[in-house]
Design a protein around this ligand. Structure first.
Ligand code: SF4
Length: 389
């Protein structure tokens, strides 16, 4: 499968924990950014004739795509159409919103453009926590955005939360999960805070002004999963939960190592076994696009066999469907039985047989606390596999 990703690098204000290449919204840059983005898309289309029209999903992320005024979003969609990406024919068209830019006009514009799935960044319903992590919306803005989005017929809505935030209690996070999943959503994501040393929050943590209690991680994660699954939102990836049939097609393509092209500063692409990305810093990206997107300015990441196997194990195990033995065979490897048995005996891994009369199939999936120890399990599996003859 092939997907298209558009990176919009603007946010109302940069959150204290943010580690992405984003910048505060500057209306004077919107026009220039949109023209450059369209030029980058057209350059790619010329270099890869016919590829963009084979796209099955489109995802606008960032940053905050809902910060970009309607006329610029319309220009991007017109450009995509001109190179063969027709939103009405795609399996999924997703766009990220933040509460401060969610209103009837921005939502209607997205719907008119063909957006079918909106992901709303809420992170918490606790006013103190929102302040601590420097979000630019209030609890009331989050709730009113949720009410608006979930009232739109047929719109798929995802709500995003974070946990293990400074000052957050286990009960506080579980109350957030409960409150969010009481809305008629078909998708929820939650992510543990990753403190980046280069973020404002990272500096506060290193200076001892804020603390993150990592001991609460497991109780928050496991408790959150239990609440969502009781309400029919089933885990299909370590941080993603959906009602059956509402899993994100675009994101599953990433985890299944499918191909995609990314546009915008620093957006990643994966084509022909090569991962690459354009300059991340806006002025450098501007120069790159103005120079007609020369390949020499791309950062390339060609995976050797070992790195590709590690990536395959990691991306497979983080999904509920796990590592299929069929896929292992295609990769030309088999897992070490004693290592698998050790994790299975702890109840962290499960070997499930799905064979039928026609074919022999099985998979290794994470179980119970295995979701917490995922990195250790993957490292162990990656250090002990053997090559098939
Ligand atoms: S909204 Fe997201 S991308 Fe924007 S600053 Fe906050 S964390 Fe970063």
């Amino acid at each position: 499968m092939f997907g298209v990703y558009i990176h919009i690098p603007f946010c109302r204000k940069v959150c204290d924990y943010c580690d992405f290449r984003v910048m505060p919204s500057q209306s004077k840059l919107f026009g220039e950014f949109t023209d450059l983005l369209c030029k980058q898309i057209v350059c790619f289309g010329r270099l890869h004739p016919g590829l963009l029209s084979s796209a099955e999903t489109l995802y606008l992320g960032g940053g905050t795509p809902s910060e970009l005024p309607p006329e610029f979003l319309r220009q991007i969609f017109d450009c995509l159409r001109s190179v063969g990406v027709e939103p009405s024919k795609l399996k999924e068209v997703s766009m990220e919103f933040n509460p401060e830019s969610t209103n009837e006009a921005t939502v209607q514009n997205a719907l008119d453009l063909g957006v079918k799935r909106i992901s709303l960044g809420l992170q918490s319903f606790d006013p103190g926590i929102l302040r601590t992590v420097g979000r630019s919306h209030s609890v009331e803005m989050g709730l009113s955005a949720l009410r608006l989005l979930t009232s739109v017929p047929h719109l798929q809505v995802n709500g995003d939360l974070m946990f293990d935030l400074p000052g957050q209690s286990v009960q506080g996070f579980l109350d957030d999960v409960d409150r969010l999943s009481d809305f008629p959503l078909n998708h929820v994501s939650f992510y543990g805070l990753n403190v980046s040393p280069r973020s404002r929050l990272g500096h506060k943590v290193s200076a001892g002004c804020l603390t993150v209690n990592e001991d609460l991680y497991e109780s928050m994660y496991m408790g959150g999963v239990e609440i969502l699954e009781k309400k029919g939102l089933m885990r299909y990836e370590v941080s993603n939960f959906a009602r059956p049939g509402f899993e994100s097609v675009h994101n599953q393509n990433y985890w299944n190592r499918g191909e995609y092209a990314g546009f915008g500063p620093g957006a990643h692409s994966y084509l022909g076994k090569m991962r690459y990305y354009a300059p991340e810093i806006y002025p450098r990206w501007r120069e790159y696009v103005k120079a007609d997107c020369p390949k020499t300015q791309l950062s390339l990441d060609e995976l050797d066999r070992e790195a590709a196997i590690m990536e395959f194990l990691w991306l497979s195990l983080r999904q509920s469907k796990g590592i299929s033995t069929e896929e292992l065979q295609k990769m030309g490897i088999s897992l070490d039985k004693s290592v698998c048995d050790r994790w299975i005996s702890k109840g962290f891994l499960k070997h499930e047989n799905m064979s039928n009369l026609l074919q022999r199939k099985s998979c290794f999936r994470l179980e119970g606390r295995g979701w917490i120890f995922m990195d250790d399990i993957v490292t162990d599996l990656a250090n002990s596999y053997s090559n098939l003859e």
